[in-house]
Every structure is written in structure tokens, then in C-alpha cells.
Design a protein around this ligand. Structure first.
Ligand code: ADP
Ligand code: TRP
Length: 362
């Protein structure tokens, strides 16, 4: 690990964030949150997990505001999503007694650090980021423009990371470019002013991208029909897989005469789920059955739904039992306590950074 500024006795710091845009889904779970639980339970690291609520605001559209319309981000809904996200993280298995859970907005010093890092960042680097181009393109398709905060999204993300001197960043592979940028920021600062920031590493047990069930890109909160959420019942999971007409092989196998219509698993979205949630026996069963036309697409989808449900059932049960007034009040308290502790650390580090740059609070 390349950590120039690391104090040899301190425990390594794990940090990751997630935007409160709605309930967590299988993609978040397999791509990131499962690793968060695992890293926390090892007991070797100081773990920081936060709600990236400032990042959440970046997809608000600038154009709507100039036209005098509302942005579509409802404050009440956003509040509920944040409380719900804490409950989701606990349901996934993150114990707030072992990891800090907090909200980005509790720590104003992060935006100060973001400003310092922005001064090291060429605008062209931000304009070239894949995430920015993709989100900007989507907003433009909707006839509205990207706001300035969307452009500076990676700078705030680097501040989140460097602000606690984090070492290990468990994220899905779509976030790799952002962590690479944070690494460059750590190096740039250290080169200019002396060692302060460890150069963080991405953590992925397995780099994976969970597809949307209905072939509409990656599984994501913005596409409920193609996603399996923590609270989805067994029946809903089954229905989502069975209804996904396009999710079977391309071209789809005949439904009525499937025994005479062998398929090609390599072109099937449902088959790709066996790699994510199945054993090698499950995968061989589906591959042979599809190629040999001994199973129908319906049987294959039903098997995937069972495997997905096996992962989701314990999470769903915990999530439903947390969904009470007491659970919600407890979530707010967890954010409050986690925020106080995380803020203390960020304040120390940002104060140091400002002094090193020569702009202390006089
Ligand atoms: P969403 O796209 O649903 O809004 P986020 O962007 O908030 O989710 O992502 C939170 C974490 O979950 C990130 O680390 C991201 O890489 C991971 N993640 C999200 N969707 C997927 C997916 N479909 N497959 C793998 N990882 C994912
Ligand atoms: N950009 C991340 C996502 O969309 C969320 C995030 C914000 C994050 N700040 C971070 C992740 C710092 C890891 C570290 O998923």
C-alpha cells in the first residue's frame, strides 16, 4: 500500500459513502455494502460509512431553476431516504457500535477541504470524467442542464476520503475513476506541502456490476422494475424475474415449444446472475439446460429468483423489524453520534491542511 503519510501505529481506516436516493438494492449489496459488512466485522479497521447527501443534490437540474420550476428533490422525501438508508445499512449487517455511520452534511469542514483540493484540479480533468459526461448527457436528454456541483462531484468525494485520512475505499467498480482522482489529490497535496494524506486504495473482493433484471443497464435505484430492493418480498422478487421478458436469451426462446428451441446462455441477462448469486453447480445446471433445451426460461428465472431470495431474506427480515418509530428515532441518533465523532477527526485534519497551506483560521 502506497501510504506516505501513514503513522505506523494507527489502525487503517476504511471509508465509503452512498447517496440517499432510495432503498438499497442487490447491486449496492453485492457491489459494495457486503464488503463494508465484512471489513467492519474483521475488527481490524476503523470504519467510516456515510450518507453522501451533498452528492445526492448534484443531479438536481440547473435549468429547471432558471426556468423558475422546482428541482424535483423533495426535502421531506430526502429526509426519509436518509433515515431509511441508515436502517438499510443496519439490516445489511453494519453494526453502528463497530462502525461510524454519519451524514456528509454534518461535517462542513469537508466542503472547506474540497475547496483546497479544487485548486489543484484542472477543469479539463473534471470535464473528462466518465461519471460527469454520463450524468450530464442524461440531464441534457431530459432537456435540462448539469449544475456546477455535478462537475465538482469528484472533488467532494476526494475530500470525504482524505478528510479522515482514509486508506481503504470499498466501492463498486464504477467508482474506481473517482478513487484514482482522490489518489492523485493526495499525492499532489503531499508533494506541495509535505506528507499529510495516505494514498487510498480501492477495495473490491470481486469487481462486479449487477445488471438491471430487464436489460436496462446496471441495476440502480432509479429503475425499480429492474432492481431487487432490500424490502422486496419473495413474491415480488419472483415476479420481477418472471416478468422480465427481454431478460431471457436474445433472441428469446419460444415459450410454448421450448423443448425444441435450445438457447445461448452467453446472450442471456438472467444467466449472468448465476455468476453473481449461484454456485458452480447452479451455473452448470442452467448452462446445460438452456443449451440442451431441457429447461424452460421460466424454470431458469425461477431458480435465479430463489437464489436471490436466499441472500435477501435475512436482510429483508431485519429491515422490516427495524421499520418502527423506535427504529427511525434510533437511526437519527446513530447519525448524530456518528457525525460528532467523524467531524472531530475531520476538523483536526482540515485544520492541519489549512495551516500547511498557510491559510489558518486567524
Ligand atoms: P445507485 O446507482 O443505485 O444510485 P450508488 O451510485 O449510490 O447506487 O452506489 C452506491 C455503491 O453501490 C457504489 O459503491 C456503487 O459502485 C455500488 N453499486 C451501485 N449499483 C451497482 C451495481 N448495479 N452493480 C455493482 N455495484 C453497484
Ligand atoms: N460517489 C459514490 C457513489 O455514488 C458515493 C461517495 C461519495 C463515496 N463520497 C465517497 C464513495 C467517498 C466512497 C468514498 O456511490
Amino acid at each position: 500500500m502506497e501510504s506516505q503519510a501513514q503513522d505506523s501505529v494507527r489502525r487503517l481506516i476504511v471509508l465509503s459513502g452512498i447517496r440517499p436516493t432510495g432503498p438499497l438494492h442487490l447491486g449496492n449489496h453485492l457491489g459494495a455494502v457486503r464488503d463494508w459488512v465484512d471489513l467492519t466485522n474483521r475488527g481490524e479497521y476503523d470504519c467510516y460509512f456515510f450518507l453522501a447527501n451533498l452528492h445526492m443534490l448534484t443531479t438536481r437540474s440547473a435549468a429547471l431553476h432558471t426556468e423558475g420550476k422546482k428541482s424535483g428533490v423533495d426535502p421531506k422525501e430526502l429526509y426519509d431516504d436518509q433515515v431509511g438508508l441508515v436502517l438499510d445499512l443496519m439490516a445489511a449487517g453494519i453494526d453502528p457500535n463497530k462502525a461510524l455511520i454519519y451524514a456528509q452534511s454534518t461535517i462542513p469542514e469537508l466542503t472547506e477541504l474540497m475547496w483546497l483540493l479544487a485548486t489543484f484540479t484542472p477543469v479539463s480533468r473534471l470535464e473528462g470524467m466518465h461519471h460527469f459526461k454520463e450524468k450530464k448527457g442524461k440531464l441534457e436528454e431530459e432537456g435540462v442542464g448539469a449544475n456546477a456541483a455535478l462537475l465538482t462531484y469528484p472533488v467532494l468525494m476526494a475530500a470525504d476520503i482524505l478528510g479522515v485520512q482514509a486508506d481503504i475505499i470499498p466501492v463498486g467498480e464504477d467508482q474506481n475513476a473517482h478513487v484514482e482522482y482522490a489518489r492523485d489529490m493526495a499525492r499532489a497535496f503531499n508533494r506541495e506541502y509535505g506528507d499529510l494524506f495516505p494514498v487510498p486504495d480501492v477495495w473490491q473482493t470481486k469487481a462486479l456490476r449487477v445488471p438491471s433484471i430487464d436489460c436496462s443497464g446496471k441495476m440502480g435505484k432509479s429503475h425499480p422494475e429492474g432492481s431487487v430492493f432490500y424490502t422486496d418480498s419473495e413474491k415480488v422478487i419472483r415476479q420481477k424475474f418472471s416478468r422480465a421478458v427481454k431478460a431471457t436469451a436474445n433472441p428469446p426462446r419460444t415459450q410454448s415449444d421450448w423443448r425444441n428451441d435450445p438457447g445461448d446462455p452467453a446472450t442471456c441477462n438472467v444467466f449472468s446472475f448465476f455468476d453473481l448469486v449461484g454456485s458452480s453447480e447452479d451455473k452448470s445446471w442452467a448452462e446445460a439446460g438452456c443449451r440442451g433445451a431441457t429447461i424452460s426460461c421460466g424454470e431458469c428465472k425461477a431458480r435465479v429468483a430463489v437464489l436471490v431470495n436466499e441472500i435477501m431474506a435475512p436482510i429483508r427480515e431485519r429491515r422490516l423489524s427495524l421499520e418502527t418509530d423506535i427504529g427511525r428515532a434510533q437511526a437519527v441518533e446513530i447519525l448524530h453520534e456518528g457525525g460528532k465523532k467523524a467531524r472531530g477527526r475531520v476538523q483536526e485534519i482540515v485544520t492541519r491542511a489549512k495551516e500547511m497551506v498557510g491559510i489558518p483560521a486567524f
